[in-house]
Design a protein around this ligand. Sequence first.
Ligand code: G1P
Length: 297
Amino acid sequence: MRRKVTKAIFPVAGLGTRFLPATKAIPKEIMTLVDRPLIQYAIDEARAAGIREFIFVTSRGKSALEDYFDFAPELENSLREKGKTELLEALKATNMESGAIAYIRQHQALGLGHAVWCARRLIANEPFAVILPDDVIAADTPCLQQMVEAYEETGGSMVAAMEVPQEKTSSYGVLDVKDDMGALVSVKGMVEKPDADQAPSNLAVIGRYILAPKVLQNLSNIKRGAGGEIQLTDAIAQEIENGRDVFGYRFRGQRFDCGSKAGFLQATVAFGLSRPDLKDEFSEFLDGMSMLKQAAQ
Ligand code: G1P
C-alpha cells in the first residue's frame, strides 16, 4: 500500500508586491475572489484531496492568516442569535481542528525551495503536497484530488502541468518530457524559468505538487538557481538524476494566475459567473459592458 498524502505545505511568505498598495496591510492570500480569500480556495482543494494537516510557511505581516483560520466565538454567537445559519455554515470552512494547522516562519526570502524546506521537520518520512495559493484552479474534480488519484498508481513525485505559449516559458518551471502518456507524462528533466529558446518544451509546472520526502533532503544541499533563489524545481529535478520517478500531470480544469492583476480579474469574472446567486445579474452587467465596448469601436 502506498502511503497516503495527508500533509500539505502552503508557501505564503511572499510580499505580494505586485498588489501594492493593497498588500501593504493585508497578505495577498487574504485578497478576495468573490467572497472567499484566495487561501480558502487552496484549503478547500486540499481538504477534498484528503489533506488533514496544513502547514503554512509565513513571514512578517501575515498574522491575518492566523486569525482567519481561528475560531471566532463572538461572531459565531451573534450569527447564531440572529438565526443566520447560512453565514454560520460559510464560517465553518474557515475553522480548523486544533492541531491541524501549523505556522512556520521563513526568516529570509530565499525562494520557493527554501520556503518548502523550512517545513521539513513537520513532514518526516512521508509524501506531502505543496499548494501555491496564487494558482487558483477551477475544476469539477479539484486538481489536487485528480493528482492524488493518479499518484496512487504512479508513486514517485508529481507536478501539475499545463501547456503555455512558448514565449511564456520564462515565467515557469518547464518539463523535459521523456514519455507522453496523455494526462500523465514521465519527466527526464526540469528547468526553472528558461528563456523561450532554451525551454525543453512548453509544458509548464503549475502550483500543485505531490513530493517524495527525499525532495526535502535534496533541498538541504541545493545551490541557488534561477533568480539567485533556492528553487523547488531544482530539488525535484535532482530526484530524476538520482534515478527516481517524476511525473507531470495535465489536470482537467482552468487555471488562473492570481499572482497577476489580469489573472486575478479573470478569476473574479469566472468565479462570479459560476455562482448561482450572482450569475444572472453579473452576466447581464458583462453583456452590457461588451455592448458598450463594441459601440465605442
Ligand atoms: C513558481 C515555481 C515555478 C512554477 C510556478 C507556477 O514560480 O517556481 O516552477 O511554474 O510557481 O505558478 P513563481 O510563480 O512563484 O515565480
